[in-house]
Design a protein. Structure first.
Length: 415
């Protein structure tokens, strides 16, 4: 065989081998060819490959693999060019999370708040207008307690309080980015009063108007802290609206010199009650104080507030103090007193710093002065104490920011 014939033979063999390889790769080994060389198998494969996939576009948020996800608003499944046919959300241990599908079938979200430090898996299916199915899966982890903060607020939603009750928020983590956190908190009143907030350190912010709340008004607190970075790597998780109501305007004036308390409503004196304030050696704080708690009966132990004897025991330990209402966090109360002689009320200051009113043991006599005052008082009422000879109460010792001027109050804002 000449070289030229050998080359022609190799070219023909190569062409044939190449055709077999291509045919095998694309036809699956069943040529089905006849006569004119038309490959019907190849046409079917090409047709199947050319078919359109579902037009439905599913989106799961947070994105797959996300960490520090919100426990409130971030979890959602949406679809465009289609409708959701099924959505399943579970925790890593398989617990199902209940959810709600929108009426038009284009969105789904959890029914309630998610848990912190929890990994969730989401599986979604949707169909387009031609019934073609699309699938999407994602997994994310919510923010951990160590990387999140919450604000515990007073008063409670739906409550009715006195005109002196501020909105007080105590954060469970120190806040360094105060401006961002304060921006996420709004307090408004139906009275139209301007409200300003004041920071007491890194963990507490109180909000109030310049003057006492208008009687009969409604106050709304909105917490939009979800995702707000309060400190480096620490994010808010709250998304909440709270409303409370302001009752009648009651302010009581205690005069330690005259040893009388005048109870006023809407500026008019409705009752005068004899009192016994702190003794000359244990004077009562002066200033505007807000009732923060009420107890029909409670225990008062001097050891808890620094009044101890030589043995380290409390100078007093009364386990059934009647009609007690807290005025300061440090332990100042206005309360009933059954152990003192009736003659001291209105004539002598004998207490360890509290304001005492005549009462009966057991707190079951509604006719005593202490019982009357307790029954006519609510949390948030103001008690103004004067002429004790002691210093003015610290504004953060209880809800007592009213002792700051408006200029001082607004200077503590980070807005």
């Amino acid at each position: 065989m000449t070289d030229s014939k050998r080359r022609r033979g190799l070219v023909a063999a190569s062409a044939l081998l190449g055709g077999v390889l291509v045919l095998t790769a694309c036809s699956g080994g069943d040529d089905g060819a006849s006569g004119g060389g038309t490959d019907t198998s190849q046409a079917k494969v090409d047709e199947a490959a050319a078919q359109k996939t579902s037009e439905a576009q599913i989106k799961i948020t947070p994105a797959d693999g996300s960490t520090n996800a919100s426990i409130n608003n971030s979890a959602a499944v949406t679809v465009t060019k289609g409708t959701l046919t099924s959505v399943a959300m579970t925790t890593a241990d398989g617990t199902t999370v209940a959810g709600q599908l929108s009426s038009d079938g284009t969105s789904w979200k959890p029914s309630g708040q998610l848990k912190r430090s929890t990994t969730y898996k989401v599986t979604a299916e949707a169909k387009d207008a031609d019934g073609r199915v699309a699938h999407e899966n994602a997994s994310f982890t919510t923010v951990s307690p160590s990387n999140s903060f919450i604000g515990n607020f007073s008063p409670e939603s739906g409550s009715t309080v006195g005109v002196g009750m501020p909105v007080s928020i105590t954060f469970d983590k120190a806040i360094s980015n105060k401006a961002a956190v304060q921006k996420g908190i709004t307090v408004t009143s139906s009275s139209g009063q301007q409200v300003a907030c004041h920071w007491f350190g890194a963990n507490r912010m109180d909000c109030r108007p310049q003057d006492y709340w208008a009687a009969g008004s409604t106050v709304t607190l909105k917490l939009a802290l979800d995702g707000v970075e309060g400190a480096d790597g620490v994010y808010g998780v709250q998304q909440k609206t709270v409303t409370f109501h302001i009752g009648r305007n009651q302010v009581s004036y205690v005069d330690a010199k005259t040893k009388q308390m005048k109870v006023t409503q809407n500026g008019k004196v409705i009752k005068t009650i004899p009192i016994s304030a702190g003794s000359p050696t244990n004077k009562t704080y002066q200033g505007q104080m807000v009732i923060s708690e009420k107890f029909v009966e409670t225990r008062m132990n001097g050891a808890t507030v620094g009044f101890t004897d030589d043995d380290g025991k409390g100078e007093y330990d009364i386990k059934d103090v009647p009609h007690a209402m807290r005025l300061t966090r440090s332990g100042t109360f206005i309360h009933g007193n059954y152990w003192g002689a009736p003659s001291v009320f209105g004539s002598a200051n004998t207490s360890h710093g509290c304001v005492g009113l005549q009462d009966k043991q057991g707190a079951d006599d509604p006719n005593t002065p202490a019982a009357w005052f307790y029954d006519h008082s609510i949390v948030g009422d103001v008690v103004v104490i004067s002429n004790t000879g002691d210093k003015q109460v610290a504004p953060d010792n209880g809800y007592n920011g009213w002792n700051m001027s408006w200029a001082e109050w607004t200077a503590g804002s980070s807005a």
